[in-house]
Write a protein that binds this ligand. Structure first.
Ligand code: ADP
Ligand code: MG
Length: 424
């Protein structure tokens, strides 16, 4: 009996490790890389898990090995698809052959080839299933069918099992069915959470876009009014050619200004392209200034910018803009009457440093600590997602962010980003 318990301990350890691998993958990695890398990674994770499981088998009948390899095999195929399935089959059987190539190997050969064929039919349905319940049912059924298959093949191969062996086997295979259900449960949960979080981030951006729209349209109205005035003046037939030309030039300038404002705004509002580029900080901050200045002007706030020599960092352009805009916008909103935002860019210890300081209401230590957690907002129409997005973007750029704040005096956000050396 103590042997069984010892075996079970190894299994559970194994299972937790396999689970951890899949869980980390689905929670943190999937969705951040493309489909092809996803497939390769799922394949690698499943293969490692299979080999790990097979290395610690339950030894109840010489030449035959019982272990949890079915779980990574099934999960790997369901999430990775056909190609992953074929690779896993080859890896599994090769490793099985290396371990021992007696009759047990042929039983494995039959079991896993049949399982793969079955799973190839189930996988498209599994991947297309939108309801969590359907996925759970499909995976559990696949596992249960495999168990029946395995037991039939074992029976066919006339394996001699001791009394304890049968107890272990039954215990063991019922655990597998439960385990796969739990796997699907946790993986799908993690996926749903990820999905919701990315939707929320998208929503936060839409909100900022719509809030900025008011000040942008205000900013565009000015040049239009001016142009309209000049056009009215031009209706007067008595004015000199010089004057006419002067009015036309001014009108064109104004229209150009309106055009620039609109196109800048539209690039910001566009969904991001998700590709990492080399960003020159002075240029990027200049661009951000153009977007936030109308918003600041409307609220009686001036923005001062201190630039530096060219500094390059790596990141996604639009995300980086969004990050700075969120911080500056919070600064502007923290100054109800009027005030100043000071942006200072410099270089220190191989790092780019962007300081964004406001003279607003500030925050208590407790409030500073809660920054970056979703839904923490002190504004009536706030979302509390702005700083969360800021933190995640800076983290993705391998940077750090520090916040110092004093109530009644103001707040300073300091962003540090690793510099990319472009002199090479
Ligand atoms: P929202 O702006 O929608 O409220 P954020 O995540 O952008 O959400 O900000 C969360 C909260 O952090 C704000 O409601 C505000 O209380 C506080 N905060 C952020 N930046 C500043 C700042 N510069 N000065 C004072 N308070 C700030
Ligand atoms: Mg905000």
């Amino acid at each position: 009996m103590s042997e069984i318990i010892f075996d079970l301990q190894i299994f559970l350890l194994n299972l937790s490790f396999v689970f951890l691998l899949f869980f980390i993958y689905h929670k943190y990695i999937e969705g951040k890389i493309n489909k092809f890398s996803n497939e390769i990674l799922i394949g690698i994770i499943s293969a490692v898990s299979i080999i790990l499981c097979m290395t610690f088998p339950l030894s109840i009948s010489p030449g035959f090995y019982f272990d949890f390899r079915q779980i990574p095999f099934i999960i790997g195929i369901l999430y990775g698809g056909r190609k992953v399935g074929v690779s896993l089959l080859i890896i599994l059987l090769s490793y099985r052959f290396i371990l021992d190539h007696g009759p047990g190997f042929y039983s494995s050969l039959i079991i896993y080839v049949v399982m793969l064929i079955g799973l190839i039919f189930v996988t498209p349905r599994f991947q297309a299933a939108t309801k969590f319940k359907n996925k759970l049912i499909l995976a559990t059924l696949a596992m249960a069918t495999s168990v029946v298959l395995i037991l039939t093949v074992i029976h066919f191969f006339n394996i001699n099992l001791t009394g304890n062996g049968w107890i272990s086997l039954i215990l063991f295979y019922s655990t597998q069915v439960i385990a796969i259900a739990l796997f699907i449960l946790f993986i799908e949960r993690a996926k749903t959470e990820n999905h919701m979080l990315s939707e929320l981030k998208e929503l936060e951006k839409l909100k900022v876009v719509s809030e900025m729209a008011a000040s942008i349209s205000h900013e565009v109205r000015n040049p239009l009014t001016v142009t309209k005035g000049f056009l009215q003046l031009l209706q007067d037939k008595t004015i000199s050619d010089d004057k006419k030309e002067f009015y036309i030039r001014l009108s064109l300038n104004e229209l150009e200004r309106a055009e620039v404002i609109i196109s800048d705004y539209l690039t910001f509002a566009k969904p991001s392209l998700e590709n990492v580029e080399l960003l020159e900080l002075n240029e990027e901050i200049d661009y951000v200034m153009k977007i936030v200045t109308p918003y600041a002007t409307m609220r009686n706030i001036t923005i001062h910018l201190f630039k530096a020599e060219a500094i390059f960092v790596a990141g996604e352009r639009q995300k980086f803009h969004q990050c700075l805009i969120n911080i500056i916008k919070n600064g502007i909103e923290a100054m109800p009457g009027s005030g100043q935002v000071t942006i200072n860019l410099h270089q220190s210890n191989e790092q780019a440093v962007i300081d964004i300081q406001d003279t607003g209401i500030g925050m208590s230590n407790d409030q500073v600590r809660r920054l970056g957690t979703p839904y923490y907002s002190t504004k009536t129409t706030g979302t509390g997602l702005g700083t969360m997005v800021v933190y995640s973007i800076i983290k993705a750029m391998r940077g750090e962010i520090k916040v110092e704040s004093q109530q009644g005096i103001g707040t300073r956000f300091t962003i540090k980003l690793p510099i990319v050396d472009c002199k090479m």
